[in-house]
Design a protein around this ligand. Sequence first.
Ligand code: ZN
Length: 130
Amino acid sequence: MTVARFWRKIPQRYNLVGTKCETCGRHFFPPRTFCPDCRRTGKIVDHKFSGKGTVVTYTIIQTAPDQFASPGPYVLAIIKLDEGPRMTTQIICDPKDAKIGMKVRGVFRRIATDGESGIIHYGTKFVPVE
Ligand code: ZN
């Protein structure tokens, strides 16, 4: 079985699933079980994000850590999901093409073996929207 096939069997890694507060409409990613605005009145439900977002800022990483599947320079960005939360993620594109304000969408690629890094969440990476 390939790595990709293996991960497709794990929905939480394959999908961009967070949570949402139904009381105020705020979205959380990574998922939270408590809304800091509504506190006890917040009703938290699972939410699958659209995967669409915008690059807020980015940096070019010249040397990838060993645990990453793809070596070489890559684009690490903070993106703002359309629903509101920001996340740090890898953008799959030529580093020369990266720019602030670029629209991106989530894709599913080989992921880091070390989920503790906090860099790549749930195996999701992003590509520019043409
Ligand atoms: Zn709330």
